[in-house]
Design a protein around this ligand. Structure first.
Ligand SMILES: C[S@@+](CC[C@H](N)C(=O)[O-])C[C@H]1O[C@@H](n2cnc3c(N)ncnc32)[C@H](O)[C@@H]1O
Length: 248
């Protein structure tokens, strides 16, 4: 397995997720966060379902939060890949289990060996420019009959250029920068339409089995009042479960 970060947008992400940012993200996430822990993870994990004795590829694994969850839930093996060397280093420190391995790779080339029952990408693909290419690569490493479950910034939100933006032309696949408090920096995000996601999956032998637009739990109203208000009338995230029906 070799580091395979070759494309311009991946190189940019690898640079952004520096040691300082990886550490900030790790520290902030441990405090419990609105988007990841409050909204996205419960929905994503429920769509992944039972992972007992399964093999899981965690694309854009960050510091290994989901890997830890899968290991607690009796996964056979989990491989985490991430463009950021610093994130991978943190994941290695944070997750010490013989069933887990982590290495540096971007999603376009995925230098992993073998195929997986489950591929997960949690809040990663909104940072990927060419999603057709990304799913071509995911299809190559997903077993026939296996699933890919991923979460993203909801297109209704990316179409307005993030939280503080204004609605622009929905059909304009625009790049925008979003300040993410848990990361402590502005991150480049790509707006893709809902149809773009669907087509990228179709073209690569996946069928969509389930979509979720999770509502914000009431318990977060006190902790994050402004965000709670904002997301009580529109979704923050879209979670997709797709099954690979054709051999890659
Ligand atoms: C918002 S963090 C999410 C981390 C993790 N999935 C989680 O939920 O805890 C996004 C992660 O995706 C990684 N990333 C961004 N673009 C990527 C790409 N093209 N290939 C692989 N990883 C990528 C970043 O380095 C970062 O660790």
């Amino acid at each position: 397995m070799h580091p395979t970060v070759t494309q311009a947008d991946e190189k940019k992400m690898a640079k952004i997720y520096s040691a300082k940012i990886a550490r900030t993200y790790f520290t902030q996430r441990r405090k419990g966060t609105f988007v990841n822990d409050g909204i996205v993870n419960p929905a994503l994990r429920s769509l992944v379902g039972d992972v007992t004795r399964k093999s899981v590829l965690d694309i854009g694994c960050g510091f290994g939060a989901d890997a830890k969850y899968f290991l607690r839930n009796k996964v056979r093996k989990v491989v985490g890949i991430d463009v950021s060397e610093s994130m991978v280093a943190l994941a290695k420190q944070n997750v010490r289990d013989a069933r887990a391995t982590f290495f540096v790779s971007g999603v376009y080339s995925l230098g992993v060996q073998g195929t997986f029952d489950v591929c997960v990408a949690n809040l990663v693909f909104s940072q990927v420019k060419d999603i057709s290419r990304a799913f071509r690569s995911v299809a190559r490493v997903t077993k026939k009959g296996g699933i890919c479950v991923f979460s993203l910034t909801h297109p209704i939100l990316s179409a307005q250029g993030g939280l503080k933006g204004r609605m622009f032309n929905y059909f304009n696949r625009k790049l925008y920068n979003e300040y993410v408090p848990t990361i402590g920096a502005a991150i480049p995000m790509y707006h893709h339409t809902t149809e773009d996601w669907s087509k990228a999956l179709e073209e690569n032998g996946f069928v969509i089995e389930a979509l979720r637009e999770p509502r914000t739990p009431k318990r977060l109203a006190k902790l994050f009042p402004d965000l709670y208000r904002m997301f009580s009338y529109r979704p923050n995230a879209l979670i997709v479960k797709a099954r690979k029906i054709k051999r890659g």
